[in-house]
Design a binder for this molecule. Sequence first.
Ligand code: PHE
Length: 458
Amino acid sequence: MANEISSNFETVPSRGQWASHLGFILAAAGSAIGLGNIWKFPYITGEYGGGAFVLVYLICVVIVGLPLMIAEIMIGRRAQKNPVGAFQELHHKSSPWQLTGWLGVASGFLILSFYSVVAGWAIAYIFKSIVGFTGSPEQIQNQFVELVVSPYDSILWHSIFMFLCIAIVIGGVQRGIERWSKILMPALFVILVGLMFYGLFFTHGGMQALEFLFKPDFSKLSAEAALSALGHAFFTLSLGMGAMITYGSYMKKSDNILKNAVIVSFLDTIIALMAGTAIFSLVFHYGMEPGQSVGLIFKTLPVLFKETGPGISVPFFILLSFAALTSGISLLEVVVSYFIDIRGWSRTKATILLGSAIYLFGLLSAISSITLPFRGKDQGIFDILDFVTTNYMLPVGGLLTCLFTAWVFKRKAKIDEFGSEGFLYRVFDIIIKVVTPIAVIMILLHGLELLPFMDYGK
Ligand code: PHE
């Protein structure tokens, strides 16, 4: 059957398709919506000072993220290959563009290694919620610190998450994930709407939260903040590493790429903004600090959950873990599909070997006490990996994909995939040739403090 790619994917991948029109949207939204939206977006927004960061991020979603999502899906559906094979297929076997695919495979490997640690915390919090949160706000917040500094706990939960990813990717993505996404993603949405309304109307922090998120103060926008806003647009939309190339390769020819990309980007953005509103309402209500780094949601939400009881907190952390899982498997799928397609490994072998390698590498992030000097201070492996992959590897991968689409991908094939040659195609063509690459290059240079016309105070 066409939609059961997993079962006959063993050696020669016969490419399947998503079961329904909704299939791509669900899987791609499943990949995009994850810890990036609910954990990372609020905490980096808190760290980089709010509104101005959010504005740059939103601009990046529109002028960089959306066009690149369209481009990646077009490449995948045209080539019907994994990210490395796709560039070979659309150019030639020894094409240097395949480096873009390799960079993507490497990014997937590194991102999943630390992503799994955070996803593990989310699973741990399901159990903490069942037991219930008690004590003063400080005591509740300290639970997170204890979890992170205990290497055994972090490793245990990291192991469980990686095990789940491996089990699902071996079994095949469509039947499990496509089916569960249909129930769980809408449930996550409903809970988030509830939390957002609670924050806005039942706490004293609602207005302050909206101001913090949407009133830009450009004096707070450092070069690093702008670079992180760009990186986050890539991270949250799962771009720059071939996840959308892989998922696009399973998309039906009759599906409209532009429409699907708009829906996925919109859902992803709205969920991040809702999570941000809910969390900052609480932060301001309790007079906490917005810049609490990686612990933000694990420290603030439980203070509220003490009031609401496990009826809300247990579903919330289950759904958060699920959102992380649908993203985690897409990261693993990119790495695995390369070894299946190009190296001819069986799906089972590729998934177990690579999943284990990622797991072992992830131990370095799980043990937060290992630090290295980086950008002028001692930082944990976790933070270094997050910074380098998100802010450099994904944008560079995205830039290469953009240049490929603009100048190498054949025009006729592009028009065929886009579905028309009309006004919208011409707009897309100009954006992908001019606007997106210039924006990415400028922000990358700015992040390195290399833009000639800026004053970096040196
Ligand atoms: N987009 C996912 C999130 O926001 C993370 C991810 C990045 C998934 C890159 C796949 C590829 O959580």
